[in-house]
Design a protein around this ligand. Structure first.
Ligand code: SF4
Length: 535
């Protein structure tokens, strides 16, 4: 009997997954509190940012203990495990890796020795100068250090090794010096036996916020995680800032000047709706996108339905602004959301049926507006349109609350290679025909930007317009850590920090996909390459 590919997934169609964020990071300094349990609940709130492995490191003044494993936060930790993780400071991490070869040793937090002591580190984002950093580490301390020696092929392990390459520095000084050499997207939490640290890249691509407990401090990827542990929001960790929290209080220093370029896609899809970014409610932003979408792309219809759940706020906004009634036309089964999917096409098609089922009585005979957050390869929307027609829909008009995704992300979001992105090769009309809809429209980029209330100059929108605010990585790209340049690394490891612009079945570099991979045309399943073969 054939077995599934072993990947846990909650995608509607595993061959056409939506954008995948990255990782979730959380840290707490609160002597006298149950820091590991606070971290557990913080990670629980950030589970959507990474569902493959989870880990917590706790410092108790003398020692630093890390516990991590593959699986969801609730699968990795239980009461008895948490009861052994006692201390004053803790950090936690939830990870999305990129290939089936995702392995325990690539789970985070990573652990490493520095001249100033031991450090545990968790990372959200992707670095873009990994080769440079590899060389720096190799020259200074050799490549057979820390977790790199044991086959950890993430850029996180590399940053940990970099921290250890500054002789005679305190960890705070070493981190400030090291981070000035690191390029790309990174929201970091790290700790030693006594102290919590948090840092954000100069562009602030990935989010990171600071919160206050009655008797301590918290840092987290999203404000929603502060809410869940009862912390009050203080401010965002600033781009280029390093924060240190210990018994002397909270200190802030800069390792680089701020050049803010926050990720626009966090507003569209990645962040929780109950999170605030740059003072703006993510949920309200999404509803407003829907309202603007209705004004930009109206259509005569009987019912607005969301693709649950990510399309829901924009569908609410579309219905509100258009005056067309809102309804639930698709039911999502949350309980089969995570299942082993057989990698055959037949079962992939069954997969979407298992997870979304149309309400025949609601959609039959109706002219529908179907609102979704994005189209990556187009396979999911094609299956949805077909399903709704089979359920009796008279017309299916698809509205998308983001502009066409045409470019890969090099900063921590896993879309697909450029060749797999349907909007890279096809016009909107061609995509409409490909998915079989009666009409298709996307929100305009400038409109989307306006809804965030963040100035355009302060946002990364590269996956929509191809303007990369940080220079994308250069060769050698894929397989970088499998090369002899770093002999301490195990051959064939799937090197992946948290995320990659390209995954399925491809060997990964330490940090990023081959930059050229996103810029050349490859034969691939789905996307523009074969979209017109599936009208
Ligand atoms: S390329 Fe897109 S997903 Fe990546 S950081 Fe920029 S806006 Fe976000």
């Amino acid at each position: 009997m054939a077995h599934g590919d072993g990947k846990l997934t909650q995608e509607l169609d595993p061959s056409d997954h939506g954008p995948r964020d990255a990782c979730g990071v959380f840290g707490v300094w609160a002597p006298g509190e149950e820091v590991s349990k606070l971290t557990y609940f913080g990670l629980y709130a950030l589970q959507h940012r990474g569902q493959e492995s989870a880990g917590i490191a706790v410092g108790n003044g003398d020692n630093l203990l890390v516990y991590k494993d593959m699986g969801l936060v609730s699968q990795v930790f239980d009461e008895s495990t948490l009861s052994t993780l006692i201390g004053d400071v803790a950090i936690g991490h939830t990870r999305y890796s990129t290939t089936g070869a995702s392995e325990w040793q690539n789970a985070q937090p990573t652990l490493g020795a520095t001249p100033a002591g031991t450090v545990a580190l968790g990372h959200n984002g992707n670095l873009t100068n990994t080769q440079e950093l590899l060389e720096l580490v190799r020259v200074r301390v050799g490549s057979d250090v820390g977790e790199l020696r044991y086959g950890n092929t993430t850029d996180t392990a590399l940053v940990t090794a970099l921290f250890g390459s500054y002789a005679g520095h305190t960890l705070e000084e070493a981190a400030a010096a090291a981070l000035a050499e690191v390029k790309g997207a990174f929201s970091l939490v790290f700790c030693d036996e006594t102290t919590l640290y948090a840092a954000r890249d100069p562009q602030g691509v990935r989010p990171l916020v600071l919160g206050r407990l009655e008797r301590g401090w918290v840092v987290a990827s999203e404000t929603a995680a502060l809410d869940i542990v009862g912390a009050s929001f203080v401010r965002e960790v600033e781009p280029g800032e390093l924060i240190t929290v210990d018994e002397q209080g909270l200190r802030s220093r800069r390792f680089a000047a701020a050049e803010p370029k926050g990720c626009l896609f966090e507003f569209v899809y990645l962040a929780r709706p109950d999170t605030h970014i740059s003072g703006r409610s993510v949920h309200e932003t999404r509803v407003e996108i829907g309202r603007r979408l209705a004004k930009e792309h109206p259509v005569d219809a009987d019912l607005v339905i969301p693709v649950p759940e990510s399309g829901t706020p924009a569908a609410v906004g579309y219905a509100e602004a258009s005056g067309i009634p809102y309804g639930m036309g698709l039911v999502k089964n949350s309980y089969v959301g995570r299942t082993f999917i057989q990698p055959s096409q037949t079962l992939r098609q069954l997969g979407i049926r298992l997870k979304l089922n149309p309400l025949r009585e609601i959609v039959s005979g109706k002219r529908l507006v179907v609102v979704d957050d994005s189209i990556v390869r187009g396979n999911t929307q094609r299956a949805l349109v077909r399903m709704l027609r089979e359920a009796g829909a008279a017309e299916v008009h698809v509205r998308i609350s983001s502009p066409p995704v045409k470019w890969p992300c090099f900063y921590g979001i896993d879309f697909a290679s450029r060749a797999e992105l349907i909007a890279n090769g096809l016009s909107t009309d061609e995509i409409c025909r490909s998915i079989g809809a009666d009409s298709l429209a996307y929100v305009e980029l400038d409109t989307l930007i306006e809804t965030t209330t963040v100035p355009k100059r302060n946002l990364c929108r590269a996956c929509f317009d191809g303007v990369y605010p940080i220079e994308p990585p250069v060769a050698p790209g894929k397989g970088a850590l499998e090369q002899p340049a770093l002999p301490g690394l195990a051959e064939g490891q799937s090197g992946q920090g948290c995320e990659s612009p390209d995954r399925d079945g491809l060997a990964e570099s330490l940090h990023m996909g081959d930059p050229t991979d996103g810029l050349t045309t490859l034969a691939s399943s789905g996307g523009a390459a074969d979209a017109l073969r599936h009208p």
